[in-house]
Each structure stands twice: as C-alpha cells, then as structure tokens.
Design a protein around this ligand. Structure first.
Ligand code: SF4
Length: 180
C-alpha cells in the first residue's frame, strides 16, 4: 500500500519535491519480493495469508521469489532443524542487499515446543532477524502485522545503512561478509 505522505513531498504548481533517499526507501517498501522458506505448519498459515481473504497482493507482494537473488524479504515459517541451518544461511547469503528477514512463529523464532537435539533453537543463531512474529501458529493477521513492520523499517531506513559500521558489525557476529 503506497504511503505518499511518507515521501514528505512538497507540492507546488507543476512540481513535487522530495529527497532521493525518501523516494528510494518508499519504492523498496512498496515493491518487496518475498522468498518463503516454509518447512511446516506455519508455512500453511503463510499460504492462507497469500490467499484472497487476506490478499498480500494489496502490498504488491503476490510475486513469490524462489530464487534468492531475486528476493529481498526472507520469510522463515516453520521448524528449522540444525541440519537445515546451513541451507537457510546459504539462501540468506545469496540474497542481494538490501534484504530483510521475518521469522514467523515460535519454531522459527525459538525452536518452539521442539526443545530437542535436532532443532535449531531460533533462526537468529545462523542469520540476523528483523522482525519476529509470535504464535503457534500465528494468525494471518499477525503475519501481515509483521510484514507491515518490515515495510516501516524499509521506509525509514537510511540509504547508507547497509554500508554502516553498525551493520557490518551485525553481519560479523554471524561471520557473514557484507558490502566492502
Ligand atoms: S510454531 Fe507451531 S504451527 Fe508453527 S511450525 Fe512450529 S509447531 Fe507448527
């Protein structure tokens, strides 16, 4: 859903002014291509979120990307086993910057009820997460709320954040290389 007021546009006769940073941030927020990394029941809930009742197309997000290089929002929905951790990390690394991560449900966020030797106790052990959605499973409304929080982050993110020392330090914690 476009939010033209976020562009902080100055209108005049025959012209509109804003900043390049605001225009780019708004374009990013309103044209996200999600990559659903769905492994179990939360993935089914995400499918419901995609359906006509909840209609992710209203955000311009109906185009799923199963190619990491053509995606900028990684949606992790479901139980992630420790064996799958490196695969998830590889998918994340293959996505181009800027990219965001939404952790959907208790399993992806903390291992959920599966406090066992085989289940990753939260995807933030292998990749950085931007927004966590609670629930087992979360309702589609909660998933949409999480997506809208990601949109807000994208809309308000400074253009150079991905080159900042703070962001590099975050990636360093995961031994992931960022921009030079
Ligand atoms: S959080 Fe609950 S609904 Fe979601 S994948 Fe885990 S067990 Fe299934």
């Amino acid at each position: 859903m476009g939010k033209i007021e976020d562009l902080k546009v100055i209108n005049g006769e025959g012209y509109q002014l804003s900043t390049l940073e605001k225009v780019i941030a708004s374009a990013r927020a309103n044209s996200m291509w999600p990559l659903p990394f769905a492994t179990s029941c939360c993935g089914i809930e995400y499918m419901a979120t995609m359906g006509s009742n909840y209609d992710l197309a209203r955000f311009g997000m109906e185009r799923m990307s199963f190619s990491p290089r053509q995606a900028d929002l990684l949606i992790v929905a479901g139980t992630i086993s420790k064996k799958l951790g490196p695969v998830l990390r590889q998918v994340y690394e293959q996505m181009a910057e800027p990219k965001w991560v939404l952790s959907v449900g208790a399993c992806a966020s903390s291992g959920g009820i599966f406090d066992t030797y085989s289940v990753l106790q939260g995807i933030d052990r292998v990749i950085p997460v931007d927004v966590y959605v609670p629930g087992c499973p979360p309702r589609p409304e909660q998933i949409i709320d999480g997506i809208m929080k990601i949109h807000d982050m994208a809309r308000n993110e400074p253009l150079r954040r991905r080159y900042s020392d703070e962001y590099k330090a975050l990636l360093n914690q995961y031994n992931i290389e960022g921009h030079e």
